[in-house]
Design a protein around this ligand. Structure first.
Ligand code: BT5
Length: 323
């Protein structure tokens, strides 16, 4: 499309400006047509300066996630075949669950610029101002409900892979659902399931990732434990590319999971920051202290407690005890 060509030429211009005449000649269209495309790009949020003697120059690219670029970049089998991008929603997980119940195809992604009621686990809140990524994926794996926690681990592997590919941040996973950069939380996953006793009906895998938000948007108690990808790298991160990479990695790791979930567990082990550490794990009915020894085939964390017993925990909050 001519508009994409204009964008490419403007973005790659070394001196900054590209004359209208040159754009017209390169694309074999009139200068009036060039001007129309420039106006359309401005409507999409690109700030473009026009200087009569020099030509056009891109001053800033839009902050919003660009659905057109996203669809062009996502070349997946299942995850991201359909993407709903919303300016604002209460929770992408709730929206995706509604769509799943209404028959949305597997791989449907619901993403939003802002969430007004973002959910964490156990009724907690995920603070969701603009500038970050919030997305949920509808999955329909033919697995027993006790295997569902592996979907969280699979999602974490995909998100960490995508972050490492797109940014200089060496993200790691803290069991069960946290994404860390250094010693701070940069993202979280929330897996919600609808199931029969012996088979999953659908799973909604939700991902929240702090990308470019102003860290001052978080209340101080959360801010001191949190970070953003742009704070880690020192420059803004392209959210459209990152979202596309996450969709690609989810697609790849989901296929791997369906074929051989042990491979996902091996990847998880290589990206995690929990195994081998002294931890406190609090779950609904107990608090355990000990060494995080391993992850088992259902994704449970195996703890070696003080009395040298091994205990497997299916869900809980881990605090890593600093030495
Ligand atoms: C999580 O819960 O970490 C799961 C977060 C999942 C969010 C995504 S966004 C898209 C999808 N739609 C939803 O509605 N949710 C999912 P949990 O482990 O329970 O951690 C929650 C805790 O993290 C809160 O109690 C805060 O302490 C902290 N927190 C909240 N917002 C945060 C943020 N933006 N960055 C870092 N920490 C945050």
């Amino acid at each position: 499309m001519k508009r994409d060509d204009i964008l490419r030429l403007l973005l790659s211009a070394k001196t900054g400006y590209v004359s209208g005449a040159r754009l017209a000649q390169k694309l074999n269209i009139s200068r009036a047509a060039v001007w129309k495309h420039i106006k359309a790009l401005e409507l999409e949020g690109y700030e473009i300066e026009a200087v009569p003697s020099k030509g056009y120059r891109i001053m800033s690219i839009p902050d919003a996630i660009n659905l057109r670029d996203l669809e062009a970049a996502v070349k997946t089998k299942v995850v991201g075949r359909k993407v709903h991008l919303l300016p604002e929603v209460e929770s992408t997980n709730s929206a995706a669950a509604g769509m799943a119940s209404a028959g949305a195809p597997e791989g449907t992604i619901v993403a939003a610029e802002v969430q007004t009621g973002g959910k964490g686990r156990l009724g907690r809140t995920w603070i969701s101002p603009k500038g970050n990524l919030y997305l949920s994926v509808v999955l329909r794996p033919k697995i027993a409900p006790n295997k569902a926690p592996l979907i969280t681990l699979m999602g974490a592997v995909a998100v960490v892979s995508a972050i490492r590919k797109q940014t200089a941040v060496h993200a790691r996973i803290k069991w069960p659902n946290d994404i860390f950069a250094g010693e701070r939380k940069v993202g979280g996953l929330l897996t919600e399931m609808s199931a029969e006793p012996d088979q999953v009906r659908h799973i909604v895998l939700g991902i929240g990732l702090n990308v470019n938000m102003d860290a001052a948007s978080l209340p101080p108690a959360v801010a001191s434990l949190a970070t953003t990808l742009s704070a880690e790298t020192g420059s803004p991160v392209n959210r459209t590319s990152l979202l596309a990479e996450i969709a690609s990695e989810l697609d790849r790791w989901y296929q791997t999971f369906l074929k051989n979930d042990a491979e996902v567990l091996r990847a998880w082990e290589s990206m995690n920051m929990t195994i081998g550490r002294q931890v406190t794990v609090s779950s609904a009915n107990e608090t355990l202290q000990g060494t995080a020894e391993a992850i088992d085939h259902e994704g449970r964390l195996v703890i070696r407690t003080g009395d040298n017993a091994l205990k497997a925990v299916a869900a809980g909050d881990v605090t890593i005890v600093k030495k």
